[in-house]
Design a binder for this molecule. Structure first.
Ligand code: C2E
Ligand code: MG
Ligand code: MG
Ligand code: MG
Length: 287
């Protein structure tokens, strides 16, 4: 009896696995097709400097308008695109598109997420140089957001690529800080300009005393090392108040602005230029 039910179970898992493989295979096909058909687009989420009362930069976030499934989350398709290598052509397109868009932003920079796979691909430095050259965007207006995954595999090589990227005058941000393994030694050994505190710490700020202690420690670290620190995922006024009290001046999150399509970005920037304040603050308080 037990043997039989065992076999039944095996069959169940085999079917499930098969379904998953088929689904992945279909999504890989869809990705390839979507790339050729131009079904991807970028949204841009503002990152605010609350002290200077302005948008410091905007983060490019890729979106996929899937012809059947509608909007698919990058949390779903980026890992797959990393597995099947399509992140390389997709990442090239993201880089070029983001640089091109930022040329119209009047000195406000753009930051672009870069996958560890693009990093390993070898030509990243050339591709970044090319994206800057063909768009005409000055290097200092481009920032690359990198997670620790990039540095885990081959630290020697990573140091070299990061150093070469720095010669282009661009900035480097460590994304999702606090979620990985050896962030501290990375900060010492790699030429980062910015730390982005992971959203999970910001989420807990209202409710957990130790989350605030961690955020304060990261802010202190940033100050000591001369890095700017951005809090990501700010959703409530309470979180913003705590961050402001702790002198975190760079914030990003749904409270201040959601990721926006390019035409909305242009509208927002024009509006802000008119009134001279950042979004969400009464115009009367300017200056
Ligand atoms: P990430 O780089 O850490 O991006 C931040 C994510 O948090 C974005 O999700 C953004 O929409 C979301 N977010 C921003 N503010 C808030 C908030 O206040 N509350 C909440 N709940 N979420 C907020 P998104 O666009 O779904 O992207 C998820 C992840 O997918 C990104 O995390 C990044 O790792 C990856 N990704 C997105 N676009 C790209 C891309 O162009 N290239 C690569 N390689 N990865 C990308
Ligand atoms: Mg990011
Ligand atoms: Mg992040
Ligand atoms: Mg993240």
């Amino acid at each position: 009896r037990s043997k039989e039910s065992g076999r039944g179970q095996y069959h169940f898992y085999a079917t499930e696995m098969n379904d998953r493989i088929m689904a992945q295979r279909k999504m890989t096909e869809d990705l390839r097709h979507g790339l050729a058909a131009g079904d991807f687009y970028l949204e841009y989420q503002p990152r605010f400097d609350t002290r200077m009362r302005r948008i410091r930069s905007l983060e490019a976030l890729v979106r996929w308008a899937h012809p059947e499934s509608g909007r698919v989350s990058p949390a779903e398709f980026i890992p797959l695109a990393e597995q099947n290598g399509l992140i390389v052509p997709l990442g090239d397109w993201i880089l070029r598109t983001a640089c091109q868009a930022a040329t119209a932003w009047d000195g406000i920079g753009v930051s672009v997420n870069v996958s560890p796979v693009q990093f390993r691909d070898g030509n990243l430095v050339d591709k970044v140089r090319e994206a800057l050259q063909s768009s005409g965007l000055p290097g200092h207006l481009l920032e690359l957001e990198i997670t620790e995954g990039v540095l885990l595999e081959d630290a020697e090589r990573a140091i070299q690529v990061l150093a070469e990227l720095k010669t282009l005058g661009i900035k480097l941000a460590m994304d999702d800080f606090g979620t990985g393994y050896s962030s501290l030694s990375y900060l010492r050994n790699f030429p980062f300009d910015v730390i982005k505190i992971d959203r999970s710490f910001i989420m807990d700020l209202d409710t957990r005393e130790n989350a605030r202690a961690i955020v304060q420690a990261i802010l202190g670290l940033g100050k000591a090392l001369g890095l700017s620190v951005t809090a990501e995922g700010v959703e409530t006024n309470e979180q913003l108040a705590v961050l402001t009290m702790d002198q975190c001046t760079e914030v990003q999150g749904f409270l201040l602005a959601r990721p926006l399509k390019l035409d909305k970005v242009m509208e927002l920037l024009a509006e802000l230029a008119d009134i001279g304040v950042i979004a969400g603050e009464p115009a009367g308080e300017a200056n």
